[in-house]
Ligand binder design. Structure first.
Ligand code: NI
Length: 408
């Protein structure tokens, strides 16, 4: 069967995938500064006869594999940027660039997608549709590479998108995700409250920005506890509060900063609206003025039902039901969210705990590493999802064509 052959080919590429991964690991590049990484990706894809577009949305690389048979188009995405962290691992493939490190596994995502690309380039005649390979820059830093690549057309003609993240804290070979909201939105704000300064002995002649700011903080906490549905998740945290310099001077200005987390788009919209409302309301009551800078980070990752069901079916068939689980939402953020706002798809996690009982370090840790065999597990899952999606869509299509011609 075609799919089994694809898996055999991917397994045979394992050593090569490890080599690619370790190369990227040794030469990591920061978000929005990637030069050599996309160059190498484009070179390899071109060598394999894949149609390549570079500089997509800035630094992204998009490959197109046209199948031998017509059909739908699936996009597969991998990010390729690193982090401003000093690599403290004691391994031969340690980062050669001081202060820059692949500490999140994006090198592994990239090597996985290259493996998939190589396999599909060899079997393109069997492919009942097309595959778009999205190699994305700058996932770690808002506004992120995804929105830029989308604006530059990377999703044009795409019917569904799949992507994954290595999960070093989970055991090798365990896979999971969930329908609907799977990862959080992380937004931030900075509020400057302008009062009227004066002498500490005569508060009636001033507008005390510290008092106003404390009222704002208290009222903001009531949004989550009194206005958001208790069964939904929302967090508003004030992280800093700066005002005043002297014991006997009423501060004319106070600056607050904070972070806002949510999982559902409606909750996210509500929080932004209500936070502004509360600040302006409190300030008006106290004759103060506020300048609010509210910044949206990544949207929540919201998986689509059908594509998530396809992931669960495929993963259970491949690895057994005991290794596949519906997991709780994750509070981390991911700009894969942007693709899912445009086309249906799913983002899942693949367990990759260090082999041989080596100590586990979390993502973004200076000693982060993962079991490279997880790349094959992820690659097989993505190949199977692509195969089943394209085959099923093609059959559905043919059924519709048949029915239409029958009724004519
Ligand atoms: Ni990451």
């Amino acid at each position: 069967m075609a799919l089994e052959n694809w898996h055999v080919k991917l397994e045979a590429l394992y050593d090569q995938m490890v080599k690619w991964r370790r190369h990227f690991h040794q030469y990591p590049e920061l978000s929005f500064e990637e030069v050599e990484t996309p160059k190498l990706i484009a070179k390899l894809l071109t060598e394999w006869g894949i149609e390549v577009r570079t500089g997509v949305g800035g630094r992204g690389v998009v490959g197109l594999i046209k199948g031998g048979k017509s059909g739908k188009t699936v996009a597969l995405r991998a990010d390729f940027d690193a982090l401003p962290i000093q690599d403290e691992k004691d391994v031969p493939y340690k980062s050669l660039f001081p202060g820059v490190m692949h500490a999140c596994g994006h090198d592994g995502h990239t090597a996985t997608l290259l493996g998939i690309a190589k396999v599909l380039s060899e079997v393109r005649e069997e492919l009942p549709g097309n595959v778009v390979l999205i190699h994305q820059h700058a996932e770690e830093k808002p506004p992120g590479g995804a929105v830029q690549m989308i604006a530059d057309g990377c999703l044009d003609g795409v019917d569904a998108i799949f992507g994954y993240h290595l999960a070093a804290p989970s055991p090798l070979g365990f896979l999971g995700t969930r329908k609907g909201s799977a990862m959080a939105a992380a937004d931030s704000f900075e509020i400057t409250i302008y009062g009227k300064g004066g002498h500490g002995s005569s508060p009636h002649q001033t507008v005390d920005s510290i008092i106003v700011a404390t009222q704002v903080i208290n009222q903001l906490q009531l949004i989550v506890s009194r206005q958001v549905d208790p069964l939904k998740t929302a967090v508003i945290s004030i992280g800093s509060f700066h005002a005043g310099n002297a014991n006997n001077v009423i501060a004319d200005k106070a600056v607050l900063t904070g972070t806002v987390r949510s999982f559902e788009p409606e909750v996210r919209d509500f929080l932004e609206k209500e936070i502004k409302n509360v600040i302006n309301g409190v300030c008006a009551t106290h004759h103060a003025k506020a300048d609010i800078r509210y910044e949206r980070g990544y949207s929540p990752v919201v998986n689509h039902d059908k594509e998530t069901e396809l992931f669960f079916k495929v993963a259970k068939d491949l690895f057994g039901p005991d290794r596949v689980a519906e997991i709780p939402p994750i509070t981390g953020a991911e700009d894969f969210a942007a693709y899912l706002e445009k086309v249906p798809g799913v983002f899942f996690h693949v367990g990759a705990a260090n082999p041989d009982g080596r100590e586990m370090f979390p993502h973004h840790h200076p000693k982060f590493d993962f079991d490279e065999r997880a790349m094959v597990i992820a690659g097989k899952t993505l190949l199977s999802m692509t195969y089943h999606y394209l085959t099923e869509q093609k059959e559905l299509n043919e059924l519709v064509v048949q029915e239409t011609s029958n009724t004519l």
